[in-house]
Design a binder for this molecule. Sequence first.
Ligand code: FES
Length: 141
Amino acid sequence: MRYVVGAVADLPPGSSTVVYPDKVKSGIGVFNVDGEFYALKNTCPHMGGPLCKGTVRGTSTAEVTPNKAPEVKWVRDGEIISCPWHHWEFEIKSGRTIFASKQRVRPYPVSIEPAEVMERLKAGVETVPVAVEDASVVLDI
Ligand code: FES
């Protein structure tokens, strides 16, 4: 099943939205990370929180510098979603936790379909992607 999220222009880099297709009642979060689109199920594997309503952010990492001083760095800005309930953090691109865990959020394929392809989809004609102008973000669920 294909689900049209909306126009690419309405989801600029750094933005996200949650959509509610009939087939996925809890919703699916759609994210634009530096011009690339990703989608995750809006259910946190920890305790079922509305993950995609959380904060998109980076994360911190600690390194020991050559002079043995610890240094904390902010990395991966805009690539991490933090669950609003208990702040578990997940990679938007993969759905994996940023810490060692087998827990994972289900990712969904996202495609960008040009306007003329959208017209053909509405008409029920099989299509192939051709260009990306005046395009829509489409989920395969
Ligand atoms: S429900 Fe998401 S971190 Fe607990």
